[in-house]
Design a protein. Sequence first.
Length: 252
Amino acid sequence: MNDFQDIASRLKKSKDAPAAADQPAAAYDFEESYRLRGRMLGVLLRDARLGAQRSIDDVAQYLHVDPILVEGWEVGDAAPSLPQLELLAYFFDVPVSHFWGTKTLETERTRPISAQEAFVTIRTHMIGALLRQGREEAKLDLDSLSDKTAIPAATLLAYELGEEPAPMHELAVLASALDKNIAYFLETYSQLGDLLAMREKWKHFNALPDEPREFAANPQNIGFIEIALSFSQMNNDVLRRIAVSMLDITGY
């Protein structure tokens, strides 16, 4: 933002400019300093608000102030207090020090978009590789898979090479044709993948009948759950021996 850089430069000059050798030092112009600082803060406030995709009304409602006051802050006619800035830092998801810094978020604002584009590109290639792996496991060539899904072989090849993203409805049909669950294609190896997987697990947990869900949610039952996990990892022969031993103990 050129306006911001100009204001910051003027403020720095007003602080650093030495007095002429043959003239007495002029009194520091506090009024001009406050005005420039207010305008700088206003630019930073507006920059953070736009970066967070919030409107002036959003800010006013959040702080319980008049929208006209928020507009005044952004043009430097007034300034918020530190507690209000702390709330705004939280609301805009920026460090509070942003508001007394000398840089805007304009350049930073492009990073999430670039990261998202990179994620989509990488995931498109990963899904393509999984699609090819699933097809080979099913012992199908591209023409055979095309016959099963009515998707042209050339399009399937583009999906496998990651040149084109497979639309979700086609990916669901492809998963079925390859005898795979749609979860086969889900991202699982990053923070986003962990979050998505956790949400899926939470959905399945909430779908349990009330009694087993309440049992699992009770911390006092963790011992029983650990026993059940141990049993689930045993092979059938071990389970049979345990069952026989229990029958011997009970006398049945």
